[in-house]
Design a protein around this ligand. Structure first.
Ligand code: ITT
Length: 200
């Protein structure tokens, strides 16, 4: 059974992900170094699946740092938009990474689709890569529905317009602990813990 490594590189340049993944890793005593702090470049995401892009990012960080690397590729899939924005969820925010713009685009396209179906899901693929080439991917999802206007200042990305199934608050209104109890990232993380043989 593989063990949690003493140190790993978090192969992400997204501060929201660094915050959430560091909190998930904290109880394991794993030391975390963010890719940005090592000056690692942001690889171009050329795959068409969350798992493919997660592996690409983890492999790039492991080979340039010589340390185990953990990456996260995630996004929002809106049913009425055929799964968009999906793997290009970050790109909808443009070069300024303005998620006000991205959320408004989701709402605009949903209105234009003429459907009443507001269902959506968040998807997360976590990839672990070792410098020796060993690798694994763990996936999680969170089902919910989209609301408008955006509500809440917690979380990041599309959180203010996403209401998880069975909840009334958006992810932007939830505490970090409440989001960790149900999130796509936490569900993928549970599978990583099982792989490491660590208690969930
Ligand atoms: P890295 O590639 O450096 O990790 P990124 O932001 O470009 O950062 P992605 O390509 O995986 O990452 O884009 C995923 C986008 O999906 C992300 O920017 C968010 O806007 C959105 N997203 C993912 N998880 C989310 C969450 O828990 N809550 C809200 N939005 C989320």
């Amino acid at each position: 059974m593989p063990q949690p490594p003493p140190r790993l590189v978090l192969a992400t340049h997204n501060p929201g992900k660094v915050r959430e993944i560091s909190a998930l890793l904290a109880p394991l005593g794993v030391g975390v170094i963010a890719a940005g702090d090592l000056g690692l470049p942001e690889p171009e995401e050329t795959e068409d699946s969350f798992a493919g892009n997660a592996l690409l990012k983890a492999r790039a960080a492991a080979s340039s740092s010589g340390l185990p690397a953990l990456s996260d590729d995630s996004g929002l899939e809106v049913a009425a938009l055929g799964g968009a924005p999906g793997v290009v969820s970050a790109r909808w925010a443009g070069p300024e990474k303005d998620f006000g713009v991205a959320m408004a685009r989701v709402e605009r396209e949903l209105a234009a689709s003429g459907t009443l179906d507001r269902s959506a899901r968040f998807v997360c693929a976590l990839a672990l890569a070792q410098p020796d080439g060993a690798q694994a991917v763990f996936e999680g999802q969170l089902r919910g529905a989209l609301t408008w206007p955006p509500r809440g200042k917690n979380g990041f990305g599309y959180d203010p317009i996403f209401v998880p199934e069975g909840q009334e608050k958006t992810c932007g209104e939830m505490t970090p602990e409440a989001k960790h109890a149900i999130s796509h990232r936490a569900m993928a993380f549970k599978k990583l813990l099982a792989f490491w043989g660590a208690p969930a």
